[in-house]
Design a protein around this ligand. Structure first.
Ligand code: ZN
Length: 241
């Protein structure tokens, strides 16, 4: 097994930042995307362009960026009726979770990713799960992923490391991380090329990127971007004479 990495890459802000993070650290980086009857395929269509743009940003990243995989998990749409897989309004259910929740989705994604990483000889599995800004999805929690890492390693007799660089940072800090990894060019690439909107809208370009502007995913992304810009402006004032 090499020290390479497999990045769960959906084409959104978080997974694009995770891909840059992995390219900075690992000599071989492969990506995997899942199709499971999403209402919009825009995120998946963004992926190839984002991979090309990341390679163009940094020649070392271009060398390290290796194969792209797509896994069809259409079966997920059969077992769950959610706003992401059916034509439903996005709202918060009685459980307190938004109805975008596909039960156990990340457990399934990571298990398939580990099976792929096993075959590809990759040790690190990188995902954008986050406990700080999250919508309450229990399969994004650090404890869940720690337990899954143990289960995968026992069940496959490997030493996979589940890497979650965004786990303890908020959306503003995710933008900040992108700036640290690839400067303003990477921030601009993520604004322009990544997709987050639950409704799959790309008609209007805002300062933070494309989207409807009022679904939970757009609001989180926009608010994080505003705080990131505000913090950047504050620190520029501090270092000014
Ligand atoms: Zn939206």
């Amino acid at each position: 097994m090499t020290g390479g990495a497999l990045v769960l890459f959906s084409g959104g802000q978080d997974s694009t930042t995770c891909l840059a993070w992995a390219l900075q650290r690992f000599e071989r980086v492969e990506t995997v995307g899942f199709e499971y009857g999403q209402r919009h395929r825009i995120e998946l269509d963004c992926r190839e362009r984002l991979r090309e743009s990341l390679g163009a940003l940094n020649p070392i990243w271009a060398q390290r960026l290796s194969d792209e995989h797509t896994i069809d998990l259409g079966v997920l749409g059969e077992v769950s009726e959610t706003a992401l897989t059916r034509d439903m309004a996005i709202e918060v259910a009685d459980s307190g979770l938004p109805n975008t929740f596909v039960p156990g989705r990340n457990l399934i994604f990571l298990t398939f990713a580990a099976a792929l990483a096993y075959r590809r000889g990759l040790k690190h599995i990188v995902g954008g799960m986050c406990e700080t800004d999250y919508s309450g999805y229990p399969d994004c929690r650090d404890d869940t992923l720690k337990a899954l890492q143990v289960a995968l390693n026992l069940g496959m007799e490997r030493r996979f490391v589940l890497e979650t660089p965004l786990m303890w940072i908020d959306k503003a800090a995710t933008w900040q991380l992108a700036e640290e990894l690839g400067g303003r060019d990477l921030v601009e690439l993520i604004i322009q090329g990544s997709h987050t909107c639950y409704r799959g809208e790309r008609g209007q370009r805002h300062s933070w990127g494309f989207g409807c502007g009022d679904c939970p995913a757009c609001e989180l992304r926009a608010d994080g971007y505003r705080r990131f810009r505000a913090e950047a402006a504050d620190s520029e004032l501090e270092i000014a004479p």
